[in-house]
Design a binder for this molecule. Structure first.
Ligand code: 5GP
Length: 188
């Protein structure tokens, strides 16, 4: 079984950027490609950024037990397909799941050995600034995401590992140390 690393944190905290920089440093880290019913944003590609599915298709996969976890977030479905967690032969795999809180809780139950990392913003206000600044979401979507973010931030104590994404380089250093530690722990 591959090493599974769950990375959670509110929308706009910079999870995607931290993970991208980690993967530049550690090319053996794979990113699980999630399925979602939300519409692609400009520039997003099916099968690369997400598996973009229709609602019926998503429900069918739930019924078939195809998801390792799934959750509804801001009116859309998101989930990790079990097939994403399969190990590629001959490689020591590290798979990162970039998922929201409910999904992280499900993985905590089903895969207690997985490392769970919460990425927190330096302040709630920085989340708003980043969501507005990235310009990909409508005002209504931003409000929905900020409402969820409040709940997510209150849940961060559930996570043994919390990284505050204040300075990006420091956040990537901290995540890299955790992942290396997890790999060493598996070998010892
Ligand atoms: P976005 O729409 O901004 O790409 O993602 C919205 C939220 O859904 C983010 O917090 C993201 O981490 C989360 N998310 C993405 N993929 C999955 C998934 O497969 N499962 C769960 N539970 N959450 C996901």
């Amino acid at each position: 079984m591959a090493h599974v690393i769950v990375i959670t944190g509110p929308s706009g905290v910079g999870k995607g950027t931290v993970i991208r920089l980690l993967r530049e440093r550690m090319p053996s880290v794979r990113l699980s490609i999630s399925a979602t019913t939300r519409a692609p944003r400009p520039g997003e590609q099916d099968g690369i950024d997400y598996h973009f599915l229709g609602a019926e298709q998503f429900d069918l996969l739930i019924a078939q037990g195809a998801f390792a976890e799934h959750a509804r977030y801001a009116g859309q479905q998101y989930g990790t397909l079990r097939s994403e967690l399969e190990e590629s032969p001959g490689e020591e795999d590290v798979i990162v799941l970039e998922i929201e809180l409910q999904g992280a809780r499900q993985i905590r139950e089903s895969m207690p050995a997985a490392l769970q990392v919460f990425i927190a913003p330096p302040s709630f206000e920085t989340l708003r600034e980043r969501l507005v600044g990235r310009g990909t979401d409508s005002a209504q979507t931003i409000d929905e995401r900020l409402a969820v973010a409040g709940d997510e931030l209150r849940a961060q104590d559930e996570f043994s590992e919390v990284i505050v994404n204040d300075r990006l380089g420091d956040a990537v250093d901290a995540l890299e140390r955790l992942v290396q530690g997890q790999l060493r722990g598996a070998i010892d």
